[in-house]
Design a protein around this ligand. Structure first.
Ligand SMILES: [Zn+2]
Length: 470
């Protein structure tokens, strides 16, 4: 197994980036069409959610030919696909570690990873790494395995003046600073922090949420929502000579992803991609007219979870809620809070408040805890007891989840149906987020960090925009 792995790595290095058979990518935009050919005038074969996993079969010009786990296949422009580095897990213990069929120690063992042995990493779910073993996907406990990278895998910084530290901790010494667009070779990953190689050959750590694998990230700044001011032709390229794909109705909201010579490249709400004359698009506030009730969980006599270092959940819930409130207001929404200070309200009253205020959605914000400090990850919740349409609260929970887990260093813990009182005691579409585990020392440190909270608030807001755009 080990020998074969080195052989494969050697092939990858020799042949450069032309081998894509084993490459996994993820869509980096909500609702994007998959085309039959590498051409925007061709037919659509599927419409994909944000963060859909794609098996990349081959590339041609600036497009990937991909397959989804649902079995659909087609072409998508590389721009809309983020390809994470090839990673491996290695057994970091002195003993054999079980490989299992599900992310729980109760599931069946199908094999073992010997000390020092490696396997291909695919993803992390519910604190277990998903790995490839004998050509199939299985699970290995994350606390018994390290994530390692191939040489030459790059990661990009998202902001200016980012600290690179000696260890994977906010309190560790700063070795250097990096700026937006800087790229580094990444060699390891540890609970949301990335181990990178510095110019002088030494290594340091950078917080994952300040980084991206997406080479196209510098164009993210162009992302904006606009509205058509008249019926408008969508074309396969940036000129009237290009084929007309569709006519957009006046007042349609579109996502602008680029521009060229007075033409805007856009993605429609149905996921179609094309070009429009920029003269017929006007700026909008994507949440204008929307009313939102934010609920920072717990308060007063109810502290919520108590963290590994002894901090109370009620405070961090309010901190991030206030950041999210400012952001949603800047996007045009009217935002109410169930509490704006440290006092107690019953969960039932929080749910009922949403109905009394007649808001469009209710979002309850929490941080998780378990008596096992190994567990980490982000989860969202909905409740199906009162909703006749089970997708009512689910859509909100899903849209927020899919956006939040695009943050590097945030790991998946699922979208779950739970009988939470705050979700049950309302007729308003409602979701709850558990941003991370306060009982996990590393994740606790991350969730108390201001830059982490800022980016998390942005991604939750993006999820809310996606919810209203469906
Ligand atoms: Zn809570």
């Amino acid at each position: 197994m080990k020998k074969l792995l080195f052989f494969i790595i050697a092939i990858l290095i020799i042949s450069g980036s032309s081998i894509y058979a084993d490459t996994i990518g993820y869509t980096n935009i909500s609702d994007i069409a998959l085309y039959k050919n590498n051409d925007y005038s061709s037919n659509i074969s599927d419409v994909l959610d944000l963060n859909t996993r794609l098996d990349i079969i081959k590339e041609k010009n600036e497009w990937y030919n991909v397959k989804t786990s649902k079995g659909s296949s087609g072409w998508i422009e590389k721009y809309f696909v983020t390809v994470p580095a090839q990673k491996f897990v290695s057994n970091n213990t002195g003993y054999n570690v079980n490989i299992r069929t599900s992310p729980t120690t109760l599931s069946k063992t199908v094999g073992q990873l010997k000390p020092g042995e490696k396997a291909k990493y695919i993803d992390t779910y519910h604190s277990w790494h998903i790995i490839e073993y004998k050509g199939k996907e299985y699970y290995i406990a994350s606390w018994l395995a390290d994530i390692e990278y191939d040489a030459s895998q790059e990661i990009y910084l998202l902001y200016d003046k980012i600290n690179i530290r000696e260890k994977s901790s906010i309190s560790s010494n700063v070795l250097a600073q990096g700026n937006k667009y800087d790229s580094f070779n990444v060699i390891g990953e540890n609970n949301g922090w990335y181990k990178i190689k510095l110019d002088d050959g030494s290594t340091g750590y950078v917080a994952g949420w300040l980084t991206t694998y997406n080479k196209n990230y510098y164009s993210d700044g162009n992302l904006g929502h606009k509205k058509t001011i008249d019926d408008l032709n969508l074309r396969s390229g940036p000129s009237t000579k290009n084929e007309k794909v569709q006519t957009l109705k006046k007042g349609a909201i579109v996502n602008v992803v680029g521009s060229d010579n007075g033409w805007d490249k856009i993605v429609t709400q149905e996921g179609l991609v094309g070009w429009c004359s920029g003269d017929f698009l006007s700026e909008i506030n994507p949440l204008s007219g929307k009313e939102i009730l934010l609920d920072p969980g717990h308060g007063g006599k109810d502290p919520g979870s108590i963290s590994n270092s002894g901090k109370f959940e009620k405070y961090v819930n309010l901190e991030i809620t206030l950041k999210l409130k400012d952001l949603l207001e800047s996007l045009g929404a009217k935002v109410y809070l169930t509490r704006n200070g440290d006092y107690y309200i019953k969960n039932k009253e929080r749910g009922q408040m949403a109905d009394k205020l007649n808001v469009d959605i209710l979002l309850s914000i929490h941080h998780n805890s378990l008596n096992n400090s190994d567990y980490f990850g982000l989860s969202t919740y909905y409740n199906t007891i009162k909703y006749k349409d089970t997708r009512y609260g689910y859509d909100l929970a899903e849209d927020i989840y899919l956006n939040a887990i695009t943050i590097n260093g945030v790991y998946r813990d699922g979208i779950l149906d739970r009988n939470f009182e705050v979700l049950r005691e309302t007729n308003t579409p409602a979701a709850l987020i558990e941003i991370g585990f306060m009982s996990n020392p590393q994740e606790e440190m991350n969730i108390h960090n201001g830059s982490f909270q800022d980016i998390m608030a942005e991604k939750i807001a993006d999820g809310i925009i996606d919810y209203f755009e469906q």
